[in-house]
Design a protein around this ligand. Structure first.
Ligand code: PMV
Length: 312
């Protein structure tokens, strides 16, 4: 048995939309932070036919099955029993597919002695879930052309940001990212502008991170989030991933910042709000978010490391 762990990542500059073709290549670059506290643990053992157990329940996951079939066209991978556990809600906009595919390829690579480096694993993880490519690495990570495998930009020590995740709903999201992205690409009149604008924000955000300029990163990252959700809202039928608590939290974080607290929000394809702040602001941000009606859980985390094997 081989066990690997990986952490979810949150994009500060988002991707939403894929290039045409089979390899799950994003249509625009993205830049993320890998989280420490949230963890996917995945164990694989060899057996005659594939079996997939998610959070203790036997599951049929067509996305994992199709990904494995594709891997086996060029890699020697036997039948596998895969057991995977998340210490956080699955499929609820907390990037469980990112940590999931990153942990899985890391475990398979070691178990089957494939000899792939982290970059090659990142490309393969991307074929399962675009954002998974980034969870192979820790700290600040970018995913960009032309290779479309993630590369580490800076490690967590470069700028030890903190994140507080406000969970507002633990249910699975109604519309998957892949379906939502395709809907936006094919129906939103704003899609071409979104792609162009993301390239600009990406370049500026890399520089803001290099210089550790929190106010510039705040502006760029909230813009990327709100541009993406504007694109989602302008899709047909519209994609609205927020609930009322998400909106209340956005207002609360904006008010906190206006009162001088270094914090900004970021939101993925779900109703959870992630507040990114400087470490010294963590307690004040946490108590402010706790006061918002409807917040179900707050998870504090620092930046974490990349996917790794924990026993073999
Ligand atoms: O990993 P995917 O292909 O399911 O897409 C994730 C998309 C967002 O989380 C909304 C944005 C991002 O860049 O992570």
């Amino acid at each position: 048995m081989t066990t690997a762990i990986a952490h979810p990542n949150i994009a500060l500059i988002k991707y939403w939309g894929k290039a045409p073709g089979p390899l799950n290549i994003p249509a625009s670059p993205s830049l993320s932070i890998t989280l420490d506290q949230l963890t996917t643990t995945t164990s694989v053992t060899t057996q005659s036919h594939d079996r997939f157990v998610l959070n203790g329940m036997e599951a049929d996951d067509p996305k994992v099955a199709a990904w494995l079939t594709n891997l086996r066209t060029h890699l020697d991978i036997p039948g596998l029993s895969i057991e995977t556990t998340n210490n956080f809600p699955t499929g609820a906009g907390l990037a469980s597919s990112a940590s999931g595919f990153a942990a899985l390829i890391t475990a398979i690579n070691a178990h089957c002695k494939l000899g792939l480096d982290a970059t090659a694993c990142s490309s393969l993880a991307r074929q399962g879930s675009g954002s998974a490519a980034r969870s192979l690495f820790g700290g600040f990570v970018e995913l960009r052309a032309p290779e479309w495998c993630a590369t580490p930009l800076f490690d967590a020590a470069h700028w030890p940001l903190s994140v507080i995740i406000a969970v507002t709903d633990t249910g699975r999201k109604a519309i998957s990212s892949s379906v939502g992205m395709e809907r936006s690409r094919t129906t939103s009149p704003y899609y071409p502008a979104w792609i162009t604008q993301t390239g600009v924000l990406f370049d500026e955000a890399r520089e803001a991170i290099r210089l550790r300029n929190f106010s510039v990163l705040t502006r760029l990252s909230e813009r990327s989030t709100l541009d993406m959700h504007a694109l989602m809202l302008s899709s047909q039928p519209p994609l609205l991933y927020w609930n009322g608590v998400s909106v209340a939290l956005m207002h609360r974080i904006t008010a906190l910042r206006e009162s001088g607290v270094p914090v900004f929000f970021t939101i993925d394809a779900g109703p959870q709000i992630k507040a990114v702040c400087l470490p010294e602001a963590m307690d004040v941000v946490e108590s402010a978010l706790r006061e918002v009606d409807g917040v179900r859980q707050l998870v504090r985390t620092k930046l974490g490391s990349g996917a790794r094997v924990v026993n073999d």
